[in-house]
Design a protein around this ligand. Structure first.
Ligand code: DQA
Length: 162
């Protein structure tokens, strides 16, 4: 079964009540439930983890190197703009990651346009509220499927059946 790690950074435990005019009224639990439901359509399972601590997120990303995680969806929140450690962890593990933001970060304050984590992700989806997470999952599943197809293609060319 495809294993997706859904990571959320600082303050996202407050979703639903936190600046709802920017981030909407959907709670993190509701987002996790919606992503889990959508993932099931693809035959994938979701493990969700939220932390306000940079090191805890770095630890969890590092764990993805050996725990069978196939793909990561991450909203690093404020750490997007500040954390070399989260960036380096994502670069280290070689597990495809999609970055997600509820708000349209590029249309906001200039400091949000500095994004350290984005370049080490396969792509970024931002600005669609809670639906950004669903779009991120769809994009990630598509990416993983393409990868498998490519592997099968390569194997077939070498006469290997997978
Ligand atoms: C956010 C955007 C970040 O700039 C901010 O620090 C957040 C949430 C978003 O989902 O829109 O905490 O990642």
């Amino acid at each position: 079964m495809t294993k997706i790690l859904l990571l959320n950074g600082p303050n996202l435990q407050l979703l639903g009540r936190r600046e709802p005019e920017i981030y909407g009224r959907v709670t993190l639990d509701e987002i996790v439930a919606a992503v889990t439901k959508e993932a099931a359509v693809y035959g994938a399972e979701v493990e969700a983890f939220q932390s306000n601590w940079e090191g805890a997120l770095v630890d969890r990303i590092g764990g993805a190197m050996t725990d069978g995680t196939d793909g990561i969806i991450i909203n690093p929140a404020a750490l997007t703009h500040a954390s070399v450690a989260v960036r380096d962890a994502l670069a280290a593990v070689h597990v495809p990651a999609v970055e997600v933001h509820l708000s349209h970060v590029d249309a906001r304050e200039p400091f949000r346009q500095v994004r350290l984590t984005t370049p080490v992700c396969i792509g970024v989806i931002a600005g669609f509220g809670a639906y950004s997470y669903i779009l991120a999952l769809q994009a990630l599943m598509d990416h993983l499927k393409m990868g498998k197809k490519q592997q099968r293609g390569n194997a077939a060319r070498k006469g290997v059946k997978i």
